[in-house]
Design a protein around this ligand. Structure first.
Ligand SMILES: NC(=O)c1ccc[n+]([C@@H]2O[C@H](COP(=O)([O-])OP(=O)(O)OC[C@H]3O[C@@H](n4cnc5c(N)ncnc54)[C@H](O)[C@@H]3O)[C@@H](O)[C@H]2O)c1
Ligand SMILES: [Zn+2]
Length: 451
C-alpha cells in the first residue's frame, strides 16, 4: 500500500475499507454498524496520519423528467381546461404570464383574456401580476435587458420555485423567457405556450433555451425541461406568410432525417401547407413535434453531452446565415437553406442519390421556402467565404470532434466528421444557379465524386 504514491498511508485511514476495493458506490448505503462504528485510530506515526486520503466516492443520480405536450384550440376560453390542468397538484398556483408583443398585436384581447381566464379558474390560478408584454422576434435574444426585466418581474411578484412562468410567444421569446426562468432561483417552473409554427413543431417541445452573446447564436443558455407545453393551433392563424412557412422547414428537416412516410405526406400536401390549410398544419405540427420528442427521449443524449446533434441537420450553415444576414433571414428560412445545402453536398459526395436530392429541394420549394441566399457567397475575414467558419463555430458550440448530420436517403440521417470545403462551396454554387435560373435542376446529373 505504501507503494501507491497517490495515497500514502491510506491503509490507516479511519473508515477506509480496502484500497484495492476501489471507490464505494453510493447506491449501496453503509450499514448502521459501518456508520456508527467507532474505529480506533491505529498506532501510526505523525507522518502517516498527516498523509491520510479518504476513499473516493462515485456519485450517481438518476433523474426522470416527464412533461405533458398538449394540442388544443382556444386555450384562453374559460371552458378550455388545458392551462388550468397544467398546474398543480398544489393550488391555487401563482403564475406570471409573459407574452410576445407580436402575439398581443395580433390578438389585442389577449391580456384581457388572461385576466378573464384566471378569474374563471381562481381556485387553480392566481395571477401574480398584469401580464408582462415583451418585444418579439430575435431582438429579444440579443437584448439582455429584456432578460433582466423578466427576472425582475419574477422577483417583484414573488414567483418562487413552486410558482409558474407562463410564456406565450414565438421561439425567440420562449428561448429568452425560458432562460430567465431557468436561472431565477436556479429554475422556476415554465409552461410554454408556443405561438408560431416553428415553436410548436420544434423549439418549444424540447429541453433548451438560450440567448445570443459574443456575436454567437445561443451562446448563453441552459438545458431545462419545461413543466408543460401547450400548443394552441388557433394562435397560428395570425402569423405572417413568412412565419407560417418558415416553421415548416423544421418538419421537412426531421422528416428527411427520420420518417420517409412523413416526408411523402409533406410532398403530397405541400400546396395545402403553403396555402395555409389549418388542418394540414395541425397534422404537420403534431408529427414534427412527436418526432422531435421521440428523439429527445430515445437518443440517449437529451442534454447533448456528446458531439453530435442529429436534430440540427442543416443548422451549422443556418446559424451562420442568421448572423451573416443580421437576422433578416428567419431561423426557419435559414434552416431550409442549410438543409438544401447539406442535401446538395450529400448528393455531390455520392451519399444521397439524385432522386432523394431532387425530392428534398422540391419539397422545400413547394412549401414556399428558399434554398439559397446571397449571404452564402459573403467573404469572411480570411478571404474565404464566411459561411465556412460556421463549421468550426458549430463544432465549438457542441465540443469535441466535428460532427455534421447529413442524409443518405429520405428518412435516413447519417453522421460525418469531415467536410470537403471545396465541395461544400460547389454545392452552394449549384443552388445559386438553380435559384437564379428559376425552376430546373442546376445541379449536375452526375455526382461530382463518390466518396
Ligand atoms: N430552444 C430550441 O431548441 C430552439 C429550436 C429551434 C429554434 N429555436 C429558436 O427559435 C427562434 C425562432 O423562432 P420563431 O421562428 O418562432 O420566430 P420568432 O420567435 O422570431 O417569431 C417570429 C415573429 O412572429 C411574431 N409572432 C409570434 N407569434 C405570433 C402570432 N401568433 N401571430 C402573429 N405574430 C406572431 C413574433 O413577435 C416575431 O415577430 C430562433 O431564435 C431559434 O434559434 C430554438
Ligand atoms: Zn432549428
Amino acid at each position: 500500500m505504501k507503494n501507491d504514491p497517490r495515497r500514502p498511508g491510506a491503509a490507516h485511514a479511519a473508515g477506509a475499507t480496502s484500497q484495492s476495493a476501489g471507490a464505494r458506490h453510493l447506491d449501496t448505503p453503509p450499514t448502521a454498524r459501518e456508520l456508527f462504528e467507532v474505529r480506533p485510530v491505529p498506532d501510526a506515526s505523525a507522518e502517516d496520519v498527516a498523509a491520510v486520503v479518504p476513499p473516493d466516492i462515485d456519485q450517481e443520480v438518476v433523474v426522470r423528467f416527464r412533461y405533458p405536450v398538449r394540442f388544443t384550440r382556444r386555450i384562453l376560453d374559460p371552458a378550455n381546461h388545458t392551462l388550468r390542468d397544467a398546474v398543480g397538484p398544489a393550488v391555487p398556483a401563482r403564475v406570471l404570464v409573459v407574452i410576445d408583443q407580436g402575439v398581443t398585436d395580433a390578438h389585442p384581447t389577449m391580456v384581457d383574456d388572461v385576466f378573464a381566464y384566471c378569474a374563471a379558474h381562481a381556485d387553480a390560478l392566481e395571477l401574480a401580476a398584469e401580464p408582462l408584454v415583451v418585444g418579439g422576434g430575435e431582438a429579444i435574444k440579443n437584448d439582455h435587458g429584456a432578460i433582466d426585466e423578466v427576472r425582475a418581474a419574477i422577483d417583484t411578484h414573488a414567483i418562487d420555485r413552486h410558482s409558474y412562468v407562463v410564456a406565450v410567444g414565438g421561439g425567440a421569446v420562449l428561448d429568452a423567457v425560458g432562460y430567465a426562468a431557468a436561472t431565477a432561483h436556479r429554475g422556476v417552473r415554465l409552461i410554454r405556450v408556443p405561438s408560431t409554427v416553428l415553436a410548436q413543431d420544434d423549439s418549444a417541445v424540447g429541453v433548451k433555451n438560450a440567448i445570443n452573446g459574443f456575436g454567437k447564436k445561443n451562446f448563453i443558455g441552459t438545458f431545462a425541461p419545461p413543466h408543460a407545453v401547450l400548443n394552441d393551433l388557433d394562435l397560428l392563424t395570425t402569423l405572417s406568410d413568412r412565419d407560417w412557412r418558415s416553421g415548416i422547414s423544421e418538419a421537412v428537416k426531421v422528416a428527411l432525417l427520420k420518417d420517409a412516410a412523413f416526408f411523402a405526406w409533406i410532398e403530397a400536401n405541400a400546396t395545402q401547407l403553403r396555402e395555409r390549410s389549418a388542418d394540414a398544419m395541425a397534422r404537420l405540427v403534431h408529427r414534427s413535434a412527436e418526432l422531435h420528442l421521440i428523439h429527445i427521449a430515445a437518443s440517449g443524449d437529451p442534454f447533448e453531452l456528446g458531439s453530435a446533434r442529429p436534430l440540427d441537420f442543416g443548422h451549422w450553415a443556418a446559424h451562420k446565415l442568421e448572423r451573416l444576414t443580421r437576422h433578416d433571414l428567419r431561423h426557419g428560412e435559414a434552416v431550409a437553406i442549410g438543409v438544401a445545402l447539406d442535401c446538395t453536398y450529400a448528393g455531390l459526395t455520392g451519399r444521397l442519390d439524385e432522386l432523394g436530392l431532387r425530392r428534398a429541394i422540391a419539397a422545400l420549394e413547394a412549401v414556399g421556402l428558399p434554398v439559397w441566399h446571397p449571404a452564402l457567397d459573403a467573404a469572411g475575414n480570411s478571404g474565404r467565404p464566411a459561411i465556412l467558419d460556421g463549421l468550426e463555430e458549430f463544432r465549438e458550440h457542441l465540443g469535441g470532434e466535428l460532427t455534421i448530420t447529413l442524409i443518405d436517403g429520405v428518412g435516413s440521417g447519417v453522421e460525418v466528421h469531415e467536410i470537403d470545403e471545396d465541395l461544400m462551396l460547389e454545392a452552394s454554387a449549384r443552388l445559386r444557379r438553380h435559384t437564379e435560373q428559376g425552376r430546373g435542376p442546376a445541379w449536375s446529373r452526375t455526382q461530382a465524386r463518390a466518396r
